[in-house]
Design a protein around this ligand. Structure first.
Ligand code: ZN
Ligand code: ZN
Length: 215
């Protein structure tokens, strides 16, 4: 992801309409098409008023007899002029690269890597933040999430139970493991969850102090 970012620092202007070119993800290449541009990013003039696009319809109609036009395009780090045939005004608008989105994803990824690194010392430091973050991250690797779950059992801090209970686990295998982990954390603290209101109460309680239900 990050290597796409340095392309985006480049500001390119369309020589035909003077509007800034838009960075788009290069479309997937069909083998045999000869359409490989050799770049991940294409800078395309998506201005519908651009003369290249406006005049292209008639030019292609005359030359080839079909309904299409052109968009002006440059490759990263190159001033070479390219013209790509497009069937409609919407072509390429679906692959516009969103710089903010890439930056946000990069930041999220870096944050996640930090949490993974913290797992090594979490148990010793009684740090539940990192293992919780990893366990509740649906995008994290399964073995890391299992490891995070084990660490939470070792630390046995009751504070981890609410965030876990409020999370929907997509992986049923992980979910049942988490259920056992919660039970282990409760047991280590001589607690249980009230079956009526789910509040955490003393293991030997006969009546829930929150809902007054018999337990
Ligand atoms: Zn243009
Ligand atoms: Zn209760």
């Amino acid at each position: 992801m990050t290597n796409i970012l340095h392309y985006l620092d480049e500001v390119k202007i369309c020589p035909h309409c003077n509007q800034q070119l838009t960075a788009c993800e290069a479309p997937p290449i069909h083998v045999g098409d000869g359409l490989g541009w050799g770049a991940e990013v294409l800078f395309i003039c998506l201005n519908d008023e651009c003369p290249v696009f406006v005049d292209g319809w008639d030019k292609i109609e005359e030359a080839y007899g079909h309904h299409a036009s052109y968009r002006y395009m440059e490759l990263p780090g190159s001033k070479e002029k390219n013209y790509m045939m497009v069937g409609n005004a919407g072509a390429f608008t679906g692959c516009i690269i969103d710089r903010e989105e890439i930056l946000a994803k990069d930041k999220e990824y870096a944050e996640h890597q930090k949490m993974i690194a913290r797992l090594d010392t979490a148990e010793e430091e009684k740090d539940i933040t990192a293992p919780l973050a990893v366990l509740l991250n649906e995008g994290a690797a399964k073995d890391k999430r299992r490891q995070a779950c084990e660490i939470l059992v070792e630390i046995a801090n009751l504070e981890c139970i609410d965030p876990i209970r409020n999370h929907a686990f997509r992986d049923p295998g992980l979910e049942s493991g988490v259920g056992l982990a919660v039970a282990a954390v409760l047991k280590k603290n001589f607690k249980k969850e009230c079956p009526h209101c789910a509040e955490i109460i003393k293991a030997q309680a006969k009546k829930c102090k929150y809902c007054q239900g018999d337990v």
